[in-house]
Write a protein that binds this ligand. Structure first.
Ligand code: NAD
Length: 398
């Protein structure tokens, strides 16, 4: 079979020859007891860079020994990209949300042999899920592989925004020491009301990590948590996103992108937020309206916005989120720490082993199966497509 793998570019100065952390901590299980990926073997060293082109997710030896062909490229956007050319006779396509290969309906229709799209990570909105259902292309992702990685990034971003870390760091880098300038937008989070839109794996972990900060915790989710979990963290449940944003000083977004959540944070919803609130979004860029966020930061309706997700990706060089005031954006990195890469590389291999050996793929990994939303897809997504507009990614110039 032919496996097309679309990964981000190697580091500009080549692959690292050493890494700051020598040995990754060994984790037994995910927090809810789910086992980490269980491939029969791995051919990489956990903690090394695997998510870029030369890293190949550690898959080449395994695939070639089984007689398959692996094609790896980072060239994914614009007419005649390498990925588009290779897709036409591919059986499986692997892509990561950090450098998403937007598998639109048009592309899927040019790939008659395509059987499965694997997301090496979590969040399969870069695949037109409706088209996948219509064309019986299965879609799977490595559920839980980087949920905790992302929740750590969220905590970092909440503190960085509210305490105004970026401004203070810049003052030091510029050789300055003006404390009044450094603290004129700096607050404690203690006592604040902090809410999360979705309390799934990431959202729950964010809430749990925030608990010791003595804040008031809120959540909204289409699936309400069991009473004992609400009690454990003293959570206030909201039955609508409007109700949550009205009372929160900080709003975290951790729901998947699908037609129900696309453009959720638009001018109208932002106008219902507490004036001067902060948003952290590590879910997907398209959940927030690009211009509405920039406008709200300009007007002061929002005090800060941080996240690592954009639409499209890579973000065009003139994307307004690069230059709007009081932002704490990073490229899409939270779920691709070297720690996370080891898990999603192993998870991708587990999925491929099951697929080749005609063994069932874990239910938790399924998004679309046999033309229907299945597994986590049925729990967390809705029908329809959200890939429209992704062509703009070709505007990014290295
Ligand atoms: P999860 O499936 O455990 O949780 C998703 C939660 O969203 C579920 O509880 C679900 O009920 C809820 N939800 C779905 N639609 C909703 C709606 N319309 N309104 C309210 N709640 C809704 O997934 P997770 O591991 O927590 O990941 C969540 C999302 O975070 C992913 O789908 C992905 O988009 C994003 N993510 C980003 C990164 C990153 O690197 N930035 C990494 C992993 C995941």
């Amino acid at each position: 079979m032919k496996i097309l793998c679309v990964l981000y570019d190697d580091p500009k100065d080549g692959m690292p020859t050493s890494y700051p952390v020598r040995n990754l901590p060994e984790l037994e299980k995910y927090p809810d007891g789910m086992t980490l990926p269980t491939p029969k073997a791995i051919d990489f060293n956990p903690g090394e860079l695997l998510g870029c082109v030369s890293g190949e997710l550690g898959l080449r030896k395994f695939l070639e020994e089984r007689g398959h062909r692996l094609v790896v490229t980072a060239d994914k956007d614009g007419e005649n990209s390498e990925a588009d050319k290779e897709l036409v006779d591919a059986d499986v396509v692997i892509s990561q949300p950090f450098w998403p290969y937007y598998l639109t309906r048009k592309l899927m229709e040019k790939a008659p042999k395509l059987k499965m799209a694997i997301t090496a990570g979590i969040g399969s909105d870069h695949v037109d899920l409706q088209a996948a259902m219509d064309h019986k292309v299965d879609v799977v992702e490595v559920t839980y592989c980087n949920s905790i990685s992302v929740s750590e990034h969220v905590i970092m971003m909440i503190l960085a925004l509210v305490r105004d870390y970026h401004n203070q760091h810049r003052i030091v880098n510029q050789g300055g020491w003006h404390i009044a300038d450094a603290v004129k937008r700096s607050f404690d989070i203690e006592g604040m009301h902090i809410g999360t839109v979705a309390a799934g794996r990431i959202g729950w972990s964010v809430l749990r990590k925030l608990k010791p900060f003595d804040v008031h915790l809120h959540y909204f989710d289409r699936h309400r948590l069991p009473e004992e979990k609400e009690k454990e963290l003293n959570l206030t449940f909201h039955d609508s996103v409007e109700s949550l944003v009205k009372v929160c000083d900080v709003v975290n977004i951790s729901c998947p992108l699908h037609p129900e959540t696309e453009d959720l944070f638009n001018d109208e919803l932002i106008s219902k937020m507490k004036p001067g609130a902060y948003i952290v979004n590590t879910a997907r860029g398209k959940i927030c309206n690009r211009e509405a966020i920039a406008r709200a930061l300009e007007s002061g309706q929002l005090s800060g916005y941080a996240g690592d997700v954009w639409f499209p990706q890579p973000a065009p060089n003139d994307h307004v989120w690069r230059t709007m005031p009081n932002h704490g954006m990073t490229p899409h990195t939270s779920g691709t720490t070297l720690s996370a890469q080891a898990r999603y590389a192993a998870g991708t291999r587990e999925i491929l082993e099951c697929f080749f050996d005609e063994q069932p793929i874990r239910d938790q990994y399924l998004i679309v199966k046999d033309g229907e939303l299945a597994g986590m897809g049925a729990h967390s997504y809705s029908k329809g497509s959200v890939t429209e507009g992704s062509e703009e990614a070709a505007k990014y110039k290295k």
